[in-house]
Design a protein. Structure first.
Length: 182
């Protein structure tokens, strides 16, 4: 299709649309199709009627000043934010420093001539310690009470306890022999 024919076709289409629009604008609403019935829509007025200026002055004069002050102080252009308003966070109270978890695990003990040597592991290193000895430069083996060892963390003077023994060694499971013939 040549540009000349394209222009003629577009002009004809535009003319048809304009003629159709004018026809619709000039046709009265009752002259539509006889089969179509449209119910009337009742709408409320968009705004309440405004009192004339002299009545507004009388209303303002008869209204108490405290009520007027509240309505006149309303912010017509409030500050907008993309995020929801969040309450400011209360400052968090600093926690008292606390000793780190005990780095040792119990390996065993050896009693000889009234002295007990405890064997402890920390990572890949094994320590042999007696009561009153400092381990890993911060932990003092302070006491042995029953099945626990008490350690004092030097910088904070806080005590941590380590349970000694193996639960299986303390409470061995009862083993029953298998019945013969199976």
């Amino acid at each position: 299709m040549s540009p000349t024919w394209r222009r003629i076709l577009l002009l004809a289409a535009l003319t048809g649309v304009v003629v159709w629009s004018l026809r619709l604008a000039q046709t009265p609403p009752d002259a539509g199709d006889a089969g179509d019935t449209v119910a009337a829509v009742h709408r409320r007025p968009a705004r309440p009627p405004v009192a004339p200026p002299h009545q507004a002055l009388v209303l303002a004069a008869s209204t108490p000043v405290s009520r007027l002050g509240r309505t006149m102080q309303r912010n017509l252009f409030p500050r907008q934010a993309w995020l929801a308003n969040r309450a400011p966070k209360a400052p968090v109270a600093a926690k008292a420093p606390e000793a780190p978890p005990l780095p040792f695990t119990y390996v065993g003990r050896w009693k000889s001539a009234g002295q007990t040597t405890y064997y402890l592991a920390a990572g890949h290193q094994v320590y042999s310690a007696q009561i009153g000895q400092v381990l890993a430069s911060d932990w003092l083996l302070s006491a042995s009470r029953g099945q626990t060892l008490d350690f004092v963390y030097g910088p904070l003077q806080q005590t941590r306890s380590l349970r000694m023994g193996d639960r299986l060694a303390e409470n061995p499971p009862s083993v029953q022999p298998a019945p013969a013939g199976q």
